[in-house]
Structures are given as structure tokens and as C-alpha cells.
Write a protein that binds this ligand. Structure first.
Ligand code: ZN
Length: 226
């Protein structure tokens, strides 16, 4: 029997049941609600099954991007201000692409980066903070007040920053956007990394388990540094 026929005959039965006994209306109505919920949950299960299957491959909904910076981007700093793009490989364009990803944050932005001197990236963090996004920053204490560090700017504006003096370095370079998108790689958020160094950054929403583990690690560090 098809789903449609099954539903029709179930409906007919319920109708007959209700018609034959006026005291059974409430029970009949409850039965309709239960049937409807069962039907909907069956649809939900089959939809999530499909979605899981699709995600085994690269889902079209998945966000995956990789940015490579190199010494050829050394002259690209000017292109931030003049808006010119020197090539498909322009460092300024890649930086602005990274800024666009950070700008996707709607709820939270967790940043755990060894050193932050990039003005554009710092502006993006502050912009999100001013929009009401829950921004948290973990960084290395020894770098927090170094030349060009943007950490004092964050602190002056009320962004929560945690860093503790230690013999060891807080050497991570990752961020998690809305607990769903991971930004990670060799890339410190510095002018030097953007306009001179050979660096990589991957921006990805998949695999979800990996993004989750970075998010959990941020949470753990945040508690430890409290
Ligand atoms: Zn350029």
C-alpha cells in the first residue's frame, strides 16, 4: 500500500470512528495528531539520511577554501589602500577574502592566534564585537604588547582577551566562526604573514567533527586561562 493510500484509509477510519461516537472526538483528534507527527518524523528521518549521505562527499553547502600567501605578495600592502588588484594572486585580495569569512560571524567568533598585528583583521574582529557577536581572543602573552600588536586595541574596546605569562608559547593560529567554520593554518594574523611570508590558511566547515574539536579546544583553553 502506498503512503498516500495508507494515509487516506487511516483518515477514513478515524472519520468513521469519530462519526460513530461523539464522545470519541477528543481521542480521534489526538490520534490524528499522533499520525501526523509520525508521518513528519518519518520524512525528517529520510531527509537527514539523504543529507548525511551527501556530506560524505563534499557537500555543496560545505565551505572549503584555502589561501596561500607568498613572498610575491610583498608589494601588495599598497593594494589594500588603493583598491587595485595586481593579479589573481594578489595578497590584498586574499586578506580581504579572509576578512569576508570573519565577517560571516553572526553569533560567535573565537580567535586563538599567537600574534595579531594585521590592522584589517583586527578591524574585522572589532567590527564583529561592535555588532554584538560574542568575540573571544586568546593570544600569547609575550606578543600581546609587542610592536604593532592589536591586543591593546581589543582590550581598550572591551573585547575579552585571555593570555597568561608562560615559558611556553600560545602558538596556535586558529579561529572558529559561529562554532561552525574553522580558520587555521600557518598564518599568524600579521602584516608580515600577509605581505611577505609563505603561509597557508584553510577555511572549512567540514568535517564537522574536526571543527567541533577545535571549538572544544578553544573552550578548554578559555577556561584554563581564566
Ligand atoms: Zn597585489
Amino acid at each position: 500500500m502506498s503512503d498516500y493510500k495508507l494515509l487516506r484509509s487511516t483518515g477514513d477510519l478515524i472519520y468513521k470512528f469519530i462519526s460513530s461516537n461523539k464522545y470519541a472526538s477528543a481521542a480521534g483528534l489526538a490520534l490524528v495528531v499522533v499520525c501526523s507527527l509520525l508521518y513528519r518524523s518519518k520524512r525528517f528521518l529520510s531527509e537527514s539520511g539523504t543529507s548525511k549521505k551527501r556530506r560524505k562527499n563534499i557537500s555543496k553547502d560545505a565551505l572549503i577554501d584555502v589561501l596561500f600567501f607568498s613572498n610575491e605578495n610583498a608589494m601588495c600592502q599598497d593594494h589594500i589602500n588603493d583598491g587595485n588588484t595586481c593579479s589573481d594572486d594578489c595578497g590584498a585580495q586574499k586578506l580581504l577574502t579572509l576578512v569576508e569569512y570573519l565577517d560571516m560571524a553572526k553569533e560567535s567568533l573565537d580567535v586563538c592566534v599567537y600574534t595579531i598585528t594585521s590592522i584589517k583583521l583586527a578591524e574585522a574582529v572589532l567590527r564583529k564585537f561592535n555588532e554584538g557577536v560574542a568575540v573571544r581572543v586568546i593570544t600569547d602573552d609575550s606578543m600581546a604588547y609587542g610592536d604593532g600588536s592589536q591586543i591593546p586595541l581589543f582590550r581598550r574596546n572591551g573585547v575579552r582577551v585571555r593570555a597568561e605569562p608562560s615559558q611556553n608559547l600560545m602558538h596556535h593560529k586558529f579561529a572558529v566562526i559561529d562554532r561552525k567554520v574553522l580558520v587555521t593554518g600557518s598564518f599568524n594574523w600579521t602584516q608580515q604573514a600577509t605581505f611577505g611570508n609563505w603561509e597557508n590558511v584553510i577555511i572549512t566547515s567540514e568535517p564537522e567533527e574536526v571543527v567541533q574539536r577545535f571549538s572544544d579546544q578553544f573552550e578548554k583553553l578559555w577556561q584554563i586561562l581564566d
